[in-house]
Design a protein around this ligand. Structure first.
Ligand code: C2O
Ligand code: CU
Ligand code: CU
Length: 528
């Protein structure tokens, strides 16, 4: 009896403790996404709603030629699901934003009025413009205030976009619906032959994965976890399960990944090839025929799809190749797949010309042109080169007109990306090798997998302002909001050495949300 008691105790203890430990481990693995079920909506989307195509924003032209847009940031209600309305944010409407359009050489002014209950801002992602107009974290538009940036468009035709960029609340504000497309035209360099009738054969597709409750309530993106919130429903221009009636043989889809963390790999469900014609900064040198196009948050891709009369084909995202180890695959969405949009060709299709063989000049910069080199290491928490954002610190001082080579390395085990304001960059190398053809144009945002390295070459724009920084950052917005960002200023040639390395840190513009906003958007991000 006395001899068996310890054995019994051990058996009882093991019998009690092991299941508890297993349960805790299981909950942890599911919670972090390691064991979660992949999301896969392939073949399951009903495509019952016509795709919403954002209106082209109205503009007026002032006597001096300035094109003026008037935008109002507002709250509203939207029935996204047919199961009831939900609170959303929008620009000139309840949800999302109109498409802005301007041509190279035009001066634009955008009057942005904030009628929201909290401060926010707008950043013109992909534009080359003075730092004070850029709408980075140093710009805050208080409730009731109007901000009026103005600049002259001086870059190639491109699909750019606009979204809030306030430090600490970007993911939440974008997720609620503050996002729009900004098209730039360059008639003098139009190769011709590309579909170009807005809303007919030239259609923007803004992708956002969101969390929707059973009653249709839009939830704020989760800001927990290593990679951030992944939604289970992908909105295309705010539409759940959309279809698009196509009336021409070819249709150009300008896809913007406006998701906070999700990477897509876009292709057609029947496996037919796409023609990739443009990326972030504009047209590729030539169309690239490809089965799929990977697209990380912030990136854009323009694809041309050819259709037969009467057919239906689905634009789909298959599991993206993120280069992550298996414990990270679930939490980073590497196993997820979505049906996004059904293209429905009319029985009679208007003829579309074949694509031109040559679209644009290839980027005229190589690594050999660079006179300044910098290295950026992503990782170590949410840091770049070991540091998180400090709005008063200048991390890099650039001289206008210089050609720089930036080497960006992901030293982390999780996905990151790299976006630079005021720059369009040539990709000189990916992991030491020449880049694939799809990266053969100008880029402002690139996915960088764990262990990966990209080499970027760009000419610093001529917008000198030693007091006002631009930023570079990871565009996975949860990392971005946690401060995975650095600042640079552009100074006159020959003056970098004299810069103090600091700027006015300004007001952060974030902080606790008003109670009514927190109640409407449970889980809304609160900055520490
Ligand atoms: Cu899409 Cu710093 O931004
Ligand atoms: Cu940007
Ligand atoms: Cu990141």
């Amino acid at each position: 009896m006395a001899r068996t008691r310890p054995t019994v105790l051990v058996v009882v203890a093991v019998a009690l403790v092991v299941p508890v430990l297993l349960a805790i481990t299981g909950v942890a693995l599911v919670a972090t996404g390691v064991l979660s079920r992949p999301l896969d909506t392939r073949g399951e989307v009903a495509f019952e709603r016509p795709l919403r195509v954002p209106e082209l924003a109205a503009s007026t032209v002032e006597p001096d030629g300035t094109r003026v847009f008037d935008l109002t940031l507002q709250q509203g209600e939207t029935d996204l699901t047919g199961r009831g309305p939900t609170r959303t944010w929008g620009v000139d409407g309840a949800h999302l934003a109109p498409t802005l359009r301007a041509a190279r050489g035009e001066t634009v002014r955008i009057d942005v009025e904030n009628t929201l209950p909290e401060a926010t801002n707008l950043h013109w992602h992909g534009h080359r413009l003075p730092a004070a107009m850029d709408g980075g974290p140093h710009t805050s538009i208080a409730p009731g205030a109007t901000w009026s940036p103005t600049w002259t468009v001086d870059q190639a035709a491109a699909t750019t976009w606009y979204h809030p960029h306030l430090h600490g609340s970007t993911a939440a504000h974008l997720g609620r619906g503050l996002a729009g497309v900004f098209l730039l035209d360059d008639p003098a360099n139009d190769p011709g032959g590309l579909p170009g009738e807005y809303g007919v054969d030239d259609v923007p597709l803004l992708l956002q994965d969101v969390r929707l409750d059973r009653d249709g309530t839009l939830r704020d993106v989760s800001t927990s976890g290593a990679v951030g919130g992944l939604g289970s429903t992908v909105l295309v221009n705010g539409t759940v399960g959309p279809y698009l009636d196509v009336t021409t043989e070819a249709v150009r889809l300008r896809v913007v990944n406006a998701s906070t963390s999700r990477v897509y790999d876009l292709g057609l469900a029947d496996g037919r090839a796409l023609q990739l014609v443009a990326t972030d900064g504009g047209l590729l040198p030539a169309p690239v025929t490809t089965a799929s196009v990977p697209l990380s948050p912030g990136e854009r891709a323009e694809v041309v799809v050819r259709l037969e009369p009467g057919e239906r084909v689905v634009l789909r995202s298959t599991p993206p190749e993120l280069g992550v180890a298996w414990p990270v695959r679930g939490m980073s969405g590497a196993r997820d797949a979505f049906d996004l949009l059904e293209l429905r060709a009319a029985d009679d299709l208007r003829a579309s010309p074949p694509l031109p063989a040559r679209l644009a000049d290839a980027p005229d910069l190589t690594a050999a042109d660079a006179t300044v080199e910098r290295t950026f290491e992503l990782g170590d928490g949410q840091a770049i080169n070991g540091r998180e954002l400090d709005m008063g610190r200048v991390d890099e001082v650039l001289e206008a007109g210089t050609v720089e080579r930036w080497t960006v390395r992901n030293a982390d085990g999780i996905p990151h990306s790299f976006h630079v304001h005021d720059a369009q960059m040539a990709v000189a190398a990916v992991d030491g090798a020449p880049p694939p053809p799809r990266l053969g144009g100008w880029k402002d945002t690139l996915y960088v997998p764990p262990g990966g390295e990209v080499e970027l070459v760009f000419r610093v724009a001529e917008h000198v302002d030693p007091d006002r920084p631009y930023v570079f950052h990871c565009h996975l917005l949860v990392h971005h909001d946690r401060g995975m960002m650095g600042q640079f200023v552009v100074v006159a040639p020959g003056t970098a050495g004299g810069h103090p390395g600091t700027v006015d840190g300004g007001t952060h513009g974030h902080g606790d949300l008003p109670d009514d906003v927190a109640a409407i958007f449970p889980g809304a991000l609160r900055h520490p």
